[in-house]
Design a protein around this ligand. Structure first.
Ligand SMILES: C[S@@+](CC[C@H](N)C(=O)[O-])C[C@H]1O[C@@H](n2cnc3c(N)ncnc32)[C@H](O)[C@@H]1O
Length: 342
């Protein structure tokens, strides 16, 4: 299985137009969950498998119905989720899913190697990814945006981020002018956006000509139980979905790099909360060529408190499963002899 090659995010999949060489064509789902043949060539480079060509197999899973519950994939639910999670976020969530090593590897394709670049970190939360960004970029040139004041409060407390601009805002409606930033970074946030395509369209809009967007996010599990909890919790996109969203928004040179905690030994069947880093370049100035209707979620609309509470509790239970998965994988990594698959 392709996933068994995936170690420490060492692969980059480049999706380009043209006929797939024999043996490289793969089946991918369309966004409405129907499996369609995808035409494209895929080259894989990097790390210990540099010379190996891999064949992603339709995210290695059956098609996913478009109507999964995804109890925390709404702005209001995400707001309340982070109201509480922000208290322990840096200590409990990141160590299992999003380590400093992974962060640096995921940010590498974002080409942050000029301190003068103007960078936005969308869904920047407590500033964990921003700490990786400011290793290269002067903090004065970095803006952190998040819809959760509670997460941002944690970022504000970090001495290293004192010179960054920190603002509340919505990833699907960015408060930045068109063609205004050099780099758009967003890590671990897309899974909460009710309309990810809209968020990626916004990424395109705010970037300057030649600017680069880098979205780091989850990947969909293939193991049945993990799939069940993933669908209950939030959006775990498939790799093909990321690529399609980027391309539809107008991005060129779209690439996907697989990442994952070292102790998973490349296992992806449970899905990963931080499973890939997708990049694309803006080659034409102005707004995205993609036209979308009005924003789907009206956050000012009153909600039924009972329904809201029930969704919230079920979503939180599903999220708890994903706190346990990395612990389970870590124990397996300790027990199974090195070099053997887990
Ligand atoms: C898993 S945290 C990631 C935080 C940070 N990027 C990191 O790497 O640790 C997801 C963040 O996305 C934010 N978020 C969710 N939906 C959002 C939206 N529509 N607009 C802006 N931020 C959003 C949440 O408030 C939360 O802080």
């Amino acid at each position: 299985m392709a996933s068994s090659y995936i170690l420490n995010g060492a692969e980059t999949l480049t999706f380009s137009k043209g006929r797939a060489p024999i043996g490289l064509a793969f089946k991918g789902p369309s966004l409405n969950g129907i499996c369609l043949p995808m035409i494209g060539s895929i080259s894989v480079t990097g790390g210990s498998i540099r010379a190996k060509t891999l064949v992603p197999r339709c995210s290695l899973s059956s098609s996913r119905p478009a109507s999964q519950p995804r109890f925390i994939q709404h702005k209001k639910e995400a707001f309340w989720f982070y109201r509480f999670l922000s208290i322990v976020y840096d200590h409990v969530i990141n160590p299992g899913h999003w380590t400093e090593d992974m962060r640096d590897e995921a940010l590498e394709p974002a080409d942050l190697y000029d301190p003068r670049l103007k960078v936005v970190d969308v869904g920047g939360g407590t500033g964990f990814t921003t700490l990786g960004i400011i290793k290269h970029i002067h903090p004065k040139n970095v803006t952190i945006l998040d819809q959760s004041p509670h997460q941002l409060e944690k970022a504000k407390q970090k001495e290293e981020l004192k010179e960054c601009t920190i603002i509340e805002g919505d990833a699907e409606d960015l408060p930045f002018p068109t063609d205004s930033v050099d780099r758009y970074i967003s890590a671990g946030s897309i899974e909460y956006w009710p309309d990810p395509q809209r968020g990626i369209k916004e990424a395109y809009r705010v970037l300057k000509l030649g600017g680069l967007a880098c979205i780091i996010g989850p990947v969909y599990p293939t193991f049945w139980l993990s799939r069940f909890f993933a669908d209950m919790w939030m959006l775990f996109p498939k790799e093909e979905e990321y690529i399609e969203w980027f391309k539809k928004a107008g991005f060129k040179d779209v690439k996907l790099k697989r990442i994952g905690p070292k102790w998973y030994r490349g296992v992806r069947r449970h899905g990963l909360i931080m499973g890939c880093s997708v990049t694309g370049v803006k080659r034409e100035s102005g707004d995205s060529p993609l036209q979308l209707g009005p924003i789907a979620e009206d956050v000012s609309k009153p909600v039924n408190p009972f329904t809201f509470a029930l969704r919230f509790i079920l979503g939180t239970i599903a999220a708890t499963y994903y706190v346990l998965v990395p612990i389970y994988m870590w124990i397996k990594d300790q027990i199974v002899p090195k070099g053997q698959p887990i």
